[in-house]
Design a protein around this ligand. Structure first.
Ligand code: ADP
Ligand code: ZN
Ligand code: ZN
Length: 748
């Protein structure tokens, strides 16, 4: 990504504290976390350094903001200026590179700097907490607890498990015990004086030296070439590591990281979703005997702050986190890895809409560290960056170890009878595979029992009262649920139109598939993995582990299981319905479908048995599908890229999307029309809309969009930069919720 053409004045950190005369107070500018693209002036006795947090009154509230610098000659104001209530830090709280990254991002994504800066902080720091570790109560085994024969607790499993964990040296604070163990077991062990409480003082001194935990694998020639290229680079640069699923990308990360860690430098690893990659995490932990911290949404606020501090002061060697981890400060950053760089969850879809992959590249450039973007199915953006020579290209074309490539089988389901979406040829293939002791995975992207409730007599469909969408039938809970607004109600007994009681589910969801598979294959237990079956904490991990160990020969799942997880015993993967994406209005639909099919296919045949992928479709002759199957993702993606070039869509054209929503459709539309009218005319700028979103009404609000398409990024940035201050003043915008999305990924 190139830097945008215009340069807003950027507050430079550590540029000495602002001049201040001890007697007269100064005026400082403060960025506060409010959706306004400006800073506010406050009186302050002694101006703090740029980048320190200050607590200030804002309206009736107290908020935490950042000092952005002094106002050299404050203008006389008719209002009395308010004063800073409290200076919260002695030094700037963010590291300089992160401070600069956040300012760059505020500028690029045209998002209010106060909100962006706040986004860069752990929650506790946003709330004004000190940026330091805190002593907490933790537990340890007493000498009696150390010596006890664990078997003596065999009738109290929870106590046994807790004591074993404490004896192995795990740090268990009360909140962790409550979450992962049991507080009553804790109490019982305390009463028996087998364990005791103590004050745990996390320390910033924790030093680490590089040590290998387990020996690295012998690299194959392609892997060796990739690792050598990264290590030998004169200039740090971004790499696209394009490797088919199972080609050993993770091994390349690990060995490239080893070189960095050996020099005492830290590594940041960004992954799409932590919950889905426990296998990968375990590989990191096994390979390196260095402190690894994880940043993810299941952490408590305090754990998150501690992990953040560990990264900032160098105590953590490796930080693994989801997209917001890109803003973690490091004392000695040496490398950034972005795994599954094509994954759309790397883009934040609300508020400050940044793309963690793109920011990783910006950050790597600023901090002069290599950035490895890995994927079996790279985004068209990254492929284009390779052909533009902005990224170096590393390829792994062979599956590592003994795994063989998967075969494709397309089943034309036109006029075929289907049983819960399964065709007869598919059912037969499944039976063969199961009887040979192999595992079968059926992929369907709909959770619930059926995607709609239909009246068999009159054709009425139960529609959400607040959205342009049908309710999903959840039979087990006897509920209708809207997956868009969360609305829930009991399944009605009668049709709302004709009163008939003949209500049936239309279409197939995971719950129904699970039920049908159980009936079809009574000897083979079925495991369903979707959002409903993994709501309880830890249940996803358990399901994934059970699936990996082949405890369930039949697996049913949504796209949750399409991501980076290996099921070594799966030899047959079926995708029941891929037609929706073949004819979607979203220009990214084809790219996403290609990625999904390839990723799902990659779950098969990981170990030595070869894998087959069955694709059911009504359009077996579709060009996209044929291209993907016969030529593979890499070629498929490159032909999509040529189409994008012809239509001037990303990465060739640059997009920005204004969204507006309101209870009245015309308010949303009028707001975007007003924006369209204000935008400058330019031969290279195309403005499309206002038009209704694909789902026009959601949660009772009407949603409209206005799309800007521009040939050059610099021009788009200039136009937005120039127009936004006026646009924000438009009276039509006061009646709506609106937002701007730079490089939008999602048009739903
Ligand atoms: P990817 O991340 O590309 O999907 P992984 O790194 O998970 O692939 O590797 C797939 C499997 O191949 C893993 O079980 C891994 O241990 C194994 N593997 C990777 N590299 C090698 C190698 N050089 N020799 C033997 N096995 C390997
Ligand atoms: Zn009816
Ligand atoms: Zn709804």
């Amino acid at each position: 990504m190139r830097q945008c053409a215009q340069h807003r004045t950027i507050a430079v950190m550590n540029a000495t504290s602002v001049n201040s005369n001890a007697n007269t107070s100064t005026v400082i500018q403060v960025a506060v976390p409010v959706p306004l693209a400006r800073v506010f002036d406050y009186d302050c006795d002694q101006a703090p350094a740029v980048g320190t947090r200050v607590q200030v009154p804002f309206g009736a509230r107290q908020v935490v903001g950042f000092c952005m610098g002094a106002v050299p000659t404050p203008a006389a104001s008719e209002f009395k200026r308010k004063a800073v209530s409290k200076v919260l830090d002695e030094q700037p709280v963010l590291s300089e590179p992160v401070w600069e990254l956040l300012q760059w991002a505020a500028d690029y994504y045209q998002h209010p700097v106060g909100e962006v800066l706040a986004h860069g902080l752990p929650v506790l720091l946003r709330q004004g907490e000190a940026a330091s570790y805190q002593t907490t109560q933790a537990y340890q085994a007493t000498p009696a607890g150390q010596q006890l024969e664990l078997n003596e607790l065999r009738n109290a499993r929870q106590q046994q498990r807790l004591l074993a964990a404490l004896r192995s040296g795990s740090l268990l604070r009360r909140d962790i015990v409550a979450q992962e163990y049991s507080l009553s077991a804790l109490k019982a062990l305390q009463e028996k004086e087998l364990i005791e409480a103590y004050q745990h003082q996390p320390s910033a001194e924790r030093d680490w030296t590089f040590a290998i935990g387990s020996e690295p694998l012998q690299l194959n020639p392609e892997q060796a070439l990739a690792v050598a290229a990264i290590g030998a680079a004169q200039q740090p640069q971004p790499y696209l590591l394009e490797g088919v699923t199972g080609s050993g990308k993770t091994e390349v990360y690990l060995q490239a990281m080893a070189e960095v860690l050996r020099k005492g430098k830290q590594v940041l690893v960004i992954v799409p979703e932590i919950g889905l990659t426990p296998q990968t995490l375990r590989r990191f932990q096994k390979r390196f005997a260095v402190p690894i911290v994880m940043l993810h949404s299941a952490l408590s606020d305090r754990e998150r702050l501690d992990a953040w501090l560990d990264a900032k002061n160098g105590a953590a060697a490796i930080v693994i986190g989801t997209r917001s981890a890109i803003f973690t400060p490091f004392s000695q950053l040496g490398m950034i890895v972005v795994d599954e760089e094509h994954d759309s969850s790397l883009k934040q879809q609300e508020g400050f809409r940044y793309h963690a992959r793109d920011l990783a590249v910006v950050r790597g450039h600023k901090e002069r560290v290599p950035v490895i973007l890995g994927s079996a199915t790279p985004s068209l953006e990254s492929i284009n960056n390779v052909s533009q020579k902005r990224y170096a290209h590393l390829q792994l074309t062979q599956r590592a170890g003994q795994a063989r490539p998967t075969r494709h089988m397309v089943v034309d389901i036109k006029q075929m009878p289907l049983k819960a979406g399964l065709s007869v040829p598919l059912i037969e293939r499944m039976r063969e595979e199961l009887e040979r002791g192999q595992q079968v995975l059926v992929f369907i992207n709909r959770r619930g029992f059926a995607p709609a409730l239909l009246c068999h007599e009159c054709g009425w469909l139960a529609q959400c009262r607040r959205c342009d969408a049908y309710y999903t039938v959840h039979q087990r809970q006897q509920q209708l649920q809207c997956h868009h607004c969360g609305d829930q109600l009991r399944i009605p007994a009668q049709c709302h139109d004709c009163g008939s009681t003949q209500l049936v589910g239309r279409g197939v969801g995971t719950e129904q598939l699970e039920q049908t598979l159980t009936e079809l294959f009574p000897d083979f237990p079925v495991l369903r993995i979707d959002r409903d079956s993994t709501r309880r904490k830890g249940s996803l991990q358990k399901h994934l582990a059970d699936a990996t160990e082949n405890k369930f020969p039949l697996l049913v799942g949504t796209q949750m299981i399409a991501k980076g997880h290996h099921f070594p015993h799966v030899t047959l993967v079926a995708m029941l319905d891929i037609d929706g994406a073949l004819y979607s209005s979203d220009f990214r639909a084809a790219e996403r479908l290609g990625q999904l099919i390839t990723q799902v296919a990659g779950r098969a045949g990981r170990a030595s048995a070869p894998g087959t992928v069955v694709l059911q479709t009504h359009h077996p002759e579709h060009d996209l599908l044929q291209d993907l199957i016969h030529n593979g993702y890499a070629a498929f993606a490159r032909s999509l890229l040529r189409e994008r070039e012809l239509t001037q869509l990303p990465p060739f054209g640059q997009l920005a999307l204004f969204r507006a929503e309101a209870h009245e459709a015309q308010h949303a539309q009028a707001a975007l029309q007003a924006i369209a009218d204000q935008l400058p005319r330019h031969p290279q700028l195309m403005v499309l809309g206002p038009m209704p979103a694909v789902m026009e009404r959601r949660a009772g609000r009407y949603r409209y969009q206005l799309l800007l398409q521009c040939q050059q990024r610099g021009l788009r940035q200039q136009i937005l930069q120039h127009s936004l201050p006026q646009l924000q003043q438009l009276p039509e915008l006061r009646r709506v919720r609106w937002s701007l999305d730079v490089d939008p990924q999602d048009f739903s």
